[in-house]
Design a protein around this ligand. Structure first.
Ligand code: SF4
Length: 187
């Protein structure tokens, strides 16, 4: 297996997803980064700090600030004082921003839709383990993964299977979340 060929293939898939984001965004009057920002703020009632948003978007804080300024002007997000830091602001979705999300399918849907159930399950596990490694290396913003959640009980702990202690439900591998609104990071 050639890692170079794998990187090239992943790059082609990412280019397709980005192109889909441009097409979708054009119809909504948004760039892919602006659309990404709305998706990141979905299911986050407390919003994100500007620095957190920049980390998730993999852009400089000044770029994130420019993106937020455009979205504020379009009344799709608003800035709120951060209750934990008087010098910081949080960015949250407005009702109009939430409504806009319905018109902003993720560009990667076009890729995932082509997968068999078995391949989707395999890729799901690979994506989670890759994100964990990238997080441990400090190269990606912390994601809301089951496997990094304080409520997650791993089958490795002898529980007879994965388990969510928040909802008291077993978690099959296919149930493991990549972006769970109830996620709380382990201490
Ligand atoms: S609260 Fe969410 S992220 Fe945490 S273990 Fe349960 S389902 Fe997973």
């Amino acid at each position: 297996m050639s890692r170079e060929q794998l990187s090239y293939g992943l790059g082609r898939l990412a280019a397709l997803a980005r192109q889909r984001d441009w097409v979708t965004g054009e119809a909504a009057g948004l760039t892919p980064t602006q659309g990404d920002t709305l998706r990141l703020l979905a299911d986050r009632p407390a919003g994100l700090r500007l620095g957190e948003l920049a980390a998730h978007l993999s852009v400089r804080p000044s770029t994130a600030s420019d993106v937020v300024a455009v979205l504020v002007a379009k009344e799709l997000v608003r800035r709120l004082p951060d209750p934990d830091n008087a010098r910081a602001v949080r960015v949250v979705l407005t009702d109009a921003g939430r409504a806009m999300l319905g018109q902003m399918p993720d560009g990667f849907d076009a890729v995932v839709d082509m997968l068999s159930d078995a391949d989707a399950g395999t890729l799901h596990g690979i994506v989670i383990s890759t994100i964990v490694r990238l997080q441990q290396a400090g190269r990606i913003a912390p994601q809301r993964l089951c496997v990094t959640c304080r409520y997650f009980v791993s089958e490795a702990d002898g529980a007879g299977g994965h388990f969510c202690s928040l909802v008291n439900q077993p978690l099959q591998p296919a149930d493991l979340r990549v972006n769970c609104p109830e996620h709380e990071a382990t201490g």
